[in-house]
Design a protein around this ligand. Structure first.
Ligand code: DGT
Ligand code: CA
Ligand code: CA
Ligand code: ZN
Length: 585
């Protein structure tokens, strides 16, 4: 087990103990240990092998034993027994906003609530409102949370879907009976949330491939199993389909199951207009539905299907019937951004606010990944829940960042951490820091983190006011949405984009799979208005640097090219771009 897996187990133990009503010191010790483990610099295996866990602050003997067991065996019976001693539904209850372990324990102790179903029942009967510490308002909020969860339970974040898909694809690729295979459906189109995964394989022996697929590790349930088709359920209830076709059919099936449905309909119509028939089995010289191989046009790749229908090959991300046909027909599809064009992320956090890692670690890690620069934009003071920095701390951080940069320079490296702030946009669009402080920073991201309840006019005005500040380079996560969790606040996005166009302010594409904000559907409009995009990880821990790849896919989905994205610039040009708005005043 690696650090973050061990940390997850420790954190869950803390939660389980709290649900059992254990004393707060004990529960907090686990929560703290989880954080400590997560932010360790050395690999856990090394610390365990050299028996040095004891030298870490806050890791007492009991914890040392448990961590050692987890790292060496990958299991912890203590955790398993503890988990088994509580109704499994209790952990689900924690997913409802506003319900922490204490409230869940109260619900269980007094109302015998141990599942979402029972919780809903108890709310509807008005029993929750009568508990001490709850009340009518809380009860209504819980019901709202349950409704929201139901609506989204069958949808998944893109990163989770891709993470589940990758090992399966990997094993399919290695199977001797598989000729070609790939992922189709919404995940291939890089949709921000995914219903189910759609795998496709070509083979001369479908039965063996189906059998192999249905018995993959991580399969919780094989829901359906036919001769050429199977459906399985993976962790978190994520479903996956596999279809196995002949290798001649493969490109047609790939195009068909990649979708979208709307895109497929237009493809079919184009075939019909040319006296052909297109379906998942082929492109046929025929005026009626058929799958007769004798009538099939030979296309060995998807590209050849597009060519046969007088189209430039359309990248999967654009297949939404949102203008791709007009462009492909005219040979005017843009050359989309590649994620390897990105040179760093400008909006990220460190342990100076609510991030996990120290500055030194962040710099070493992203430099190692090949980034040329990395913005450090911790929260500003009003975000006290995120341990936002006051002006003094921010000035100390600037000094710390410069020292790290000096270290790189001394070693002959051009890598740079950029100083910055994710400054809160307060009421009426006022910023959390004065202009003279903002002027000292390399990068300023302005975001709304509180006061989500304003009217559309108020929220829009707040963002426009922030864009008008000459020191604000970009607006962060423009709508505040959390995918599958929280809707956007009320805001007129087009009006904000217009203001950014007028003021030379960039807009962030927040690459966190929880956000993907600004939404891909609005980027063509922003691009038309000449507003530049910045793809930011909003990283809070080490794994988040990989969000660049996810964000680039969303940018592609928004029709963006390399020229539209600021953080494709090399450092020297980026630094100039960062001066442009300030010096225009
Ligand atoms: P999802 O799973 O809800 O995130 O979205 P998709 O796009 O992956 O949809 P899914 O899994 O139902 O089907 C995969 C693809 O198969 C879909 O994008 C297009 C194609 N497809 C499915 N049903 C139909 C249909 O009735 N007509 C056409 N033209 N295509 C279909
Ligand atoms: Ca799907
Ligand atoms: Ca499907
Ligand atoms: Zn933020």
């Amino acid at each position: 087990m690696d650090k973050s897996q061990v940390a997850d187990v420790l954190a869950e133990i803390g939660t389980l103990l709290e649900l059992k009503g254990e004393n707060p010191f004990k529960t907090r010790a686990y929560a703290n240990a989880a954080r400590t483990v997560e932010s360790l610099e050395e690999p856990l295996e090394v610390l365990v092998a050299e028996q040095r866990l004891g030298s870490i602050k806050g890791i007492g003997e009991a914890l040392q034993e448990k961590i050692t067991e987890l790292v060496t065996t990958g299991r912890l019976p203590y955790h398993e027994t503890l988990k088994a001693s509580l109704p499994p539904g209790l952990l689900d209850l924690l997913q409802i906003p506003g319900l922490g372990p204490k409230k869940v324990k109260a619900l269980h102790d007094h109302l015998q609530v141990d599942s979402l179903g029972k919780l809903e029942e108890a709310c509807r009967a008005g029993r929750v409102a009568t508990l001490t510490g709850f009340g009518e308002k809380t009860q209504a909020k819980i019901l709202e949370g349950i409704a929201f969860r139901k609506q989204y339970a069958s949808r998944h974040h893109l990163d989770d879907a891709l993470a589940a898909a990758e090992p399966i694809l990997e094993s399919l690729r290695g199977h001797p009976d598989v000729i070609r295979c790939g992922l189709a459906g919404s995940a291939r189109r890089w949709k921000e949330v995914i219903g189910d995964l759609d795998f496709l394989a070509s083979s001369k022996n479908p039965a063996r491939v189906i059998e192999f697929f249905s018995t993959q590790p991580g399969v919780l349930q094989a829901v359906a199993r036919g001769e050429t088709k199977a459906t399985i359920v993976l962790q978190e209830g994520l479903q996956a389909d596999l279809r196995v076709v002949s290798d001649r059919e493969y490109p047609f099936a790939l195009a068909y199951f990649t979708g979208s449905k709307e895109h497929n309909i237009v493809m079919r119509q184009r075939a019909i207009a040319r006296g052909l028939r297109l379906n998942e089995y082929g492109l046929f010289r025929s005026n009626e539905e058929t799958r007769d191989p004798a009538l099939a046009l030979p296309c060995s790749t998807e590209e050849e299907i597009f060519t046969a229908l007088d189209l430039q090959p359309i990248p999967p991300e654009l297949r939404e019937d949102l203008g791709e046909f007009e462009a492909a027909e005219a040979g005017r599809l843009p050359r989309l951004l590649e994620w390897t064009d990105l040179r760093g992320s400008l909006h990220n956090h460190s342990n100076w606010s609510d991030g996990i890692q120290p500055l030194e670690d962040i710099a070493a890690q992203v430099h190692e990944l090949g980034c040329d620069y990395w913005g450090i934009t911790d929260h500003s003071r009003s975000s006290f829940q995120a341990r936002g920095l006051d002006p003094d701390r921010l000035r100390q951080q600037i000094v710390a960042v410069r020292k790290i940069n000096q270290g790189f320079a001394d070693e002959g490296s051009d890598f740079r951490l950029l100083t910055g702030s994710e400054v809160d946009i307060l009421a009426a669009g006022r910023l959390d820091f004065e202009d003279d402080l903002l002027a000292e920073l390399d990068v300023v991201v302005a975001s709304i983190h509180q006061g989500f309840g304003g009217s559309e006019a108020e929220m829009t005005q707040r963002l426009i006011r922030a864009a008008e500040n000459p020191h604000v380079h970009m607006l962060g996560h423009l709508t505040g949405r959390l995918l599958l969790q929280r809707e956007s606040y009320a805001v007129n996005q087009r009006a904000v984009i217009d203001a950014c166009a007028e003021t030379g302010t960039w807009i962030e594409l927040n690459a966190s799979p929880m956000r993907f904000d600004l939404d891909w559907r609005l980027w063509p409009y922003a691009r038309k208005r000449g507003v530049k995009c910045v793809i930011n990880c909003d990283a809070h821990r080490s794994g988040h640097a990989t969000y660049l790849r996810l964000g680039a896919g969303i940018a592609r989905k928004g029709w963006l090219t390399r020229d539209d994205v600021i953080n494709t610039l090399p450092l020297s040009k980026l630094l100039k771009a960062l001066q442009a708005k300030r010096s225009a005043r």
